[in-house]
Design a protein around this ligand. Structure first.
Ligand SMILES: Nc1nc2c(ncn2[C@@H]2O[C@H](COP(=O)(O)OP(=O)(O)OP(=O)(O)O)[C@@H](O)[C@H]2O)c(=O)[nH]1
Ligand SMILES: [Mg+2]
Length: 365
């Protein structure tokens, strides 16, 4: 299940710098605008402290984290939708993602001029939004034309589709994002196939200088003010500092460095977790002497589907799932104790897996 989160933003705001902190791939960053010529894909571990808690009750050979795919997309600029900067190609890369991390430059640095002349994250946010809205407007207009043909050919349902699409058209023309237009569940089918860029869930990351990592600065204050009332998460990350931390070889050095900066954990860890939630993902565990492992599923998945994430045989030959809840296991300390306490559940095919479930799949192929 390859779900992707895309890092977007204006050129030179620190996207690749942040990407390098969270993935093991090292991509060159540069002070030149549009230096990125392709999107970088990284498989990123989702940090989960629960794995280490589980290890306290089960001796194991290794711990395996679950992961999520993050794509670093080269910078957008005014006119990207018309091919300015690195242009159109990257708008296509954005279309393939499932959620967006929008990076905003909130640091001053005279050595690094901004492509639009000054540091202004709210203007940048609106510039990028506009590029995406224009692209979405195009998609919607194309589909309207297609449906108009269908109506002429006698397709009655197409008329309703056009009506829905016109609402989106008007919405974009008013400089709004698709995600803020309320539509009914049964109307979604008319736009689902368009993969609208501004429909994707988004979170914002203010890239700040080291001393603003905890409480922000006037730039981040303005972003916060702008996002008030919108349903969007906002994180502060000191990109350059975190890049230096990520460079350090030893864990001890990293912890000492973080402490100096007043941070409990790298901001990028928070970022990865937030991306994971934004993608509507959750975790179940398998616990044994060979490995303790976290697995990713979408919210609402049944036990056989979750079993299929481990291996297709487990889904095909699914018999039942033996389930313990993370909290019960940690409190009671063992499978045996969970059984004694009636906290060991046998579940069938229709069981919906919950975050933190410890699963053992019985199967037969
Ligand atoms: N002072 C300062 N410089 C930073 C920070 N983050 C990134 N930079 C610098 O900004 C420049 C651009 O960083 P990149 O990470 O390459 O920017 P990008 O957003 O990936 O740029 P494009 O790929 O062109 O869109 C580099 O010279 C970085 O060293 C920061 O937090 N503070
Ligand atoms: Mg880059």
């Amino acid at each position: 299940m390859a779900l992707q989160c895309g890092i977007i933003g204006i050129t030179n705001v620190g996207k690749t710098t942040i990407f390098n902190c969270i993935s093991n791939t090292r991509v060159e960053t540069s002070a030149f605008a549009f230096s990125g010529t392709k999107s970088n894909i990284g498989v990123v571990q989702v940090p989960d402290r629960r794995l280490y808690e589980l290890e306290k009750h089960q001796v194991t050979e290794k711990i395996v984290h679950t992961s999520v795919e993050i794509v670093d997309i080269p910078g957008l600029a005014k006119g990207s939708n018309k091919g300015e900067g690195v242009g159109n190609k990257f708008l296509g890369d954005i279309r393939n993602t499932d959620a967006l991390i929008h990076v905003l430059r909130c640091f001053d640095d005279e050595a690094l001029p901004h492509i639009d002349g000054s540091v202004d994250p709210v203007r940048d946010l609106e510039t990028v939004d506009l590029e995406l809205q224009v692209k979405d407007l195009e998609s919607v207009e194309k589909k309207i034309q297609k449906l108009e043909k269908a109506v002429r050919a006698g397709d009655k349902d197409a008329r309703h589709g056009i009506e829905v699409l016109l609402r989106f058209k008007e919405h974009f023309e008013g400089f709004n994002n698709a995600r803020t237009l309320e539509i009914r569940e049964d109307e979604k089918k008319y736009i689902d196939d368009l993969f609208l860029l501004t429909m994707k869930p988004v979170m914002y990351v203010c890239n700040v200088d080291e001393k603003s990592a905890l409480s922000g600065n006037p730039h981040t204050g303005r972003v916060k003010e702008f996002l008030k009332g919108r349903d969007a998460e906002l994180l502060l990350i000191a990109g350059k500092t975190e890049a230096e931390i990520a460079e350090l070889e030893s864990e001890e050095d990293r912890i000492a460095f973080l402490k100096d900066a007043g941070l409990e954990e790298p901001g990028v860890d928070k970022l990865v977790r937030a991306a994971y939630h934004m993608l509507n993902l959750q975790t179940f565990f398998t616990v044994g002497p060979k490995e303790i492992r976290a697995w990713t599923i979408r919210k609402g998945m049944t036990a056989p589907l979750a079993a299929g994430v481990i291996h297709s045989d487990l889904e095909r030959g699914f018999i039942r799932a033996e389930v313990m809840k993370y909290n019960d296991f940690i409190t009671l300390g063992s499978e045996h104790a969970c059984k004694e306490a009636g906290k060991f559940y046998i579940e069938g095919k229709s069981y919906i897996v919950e975050d933190g479930d410890i699963l053992h799949i019985r199967f037969n192929v």
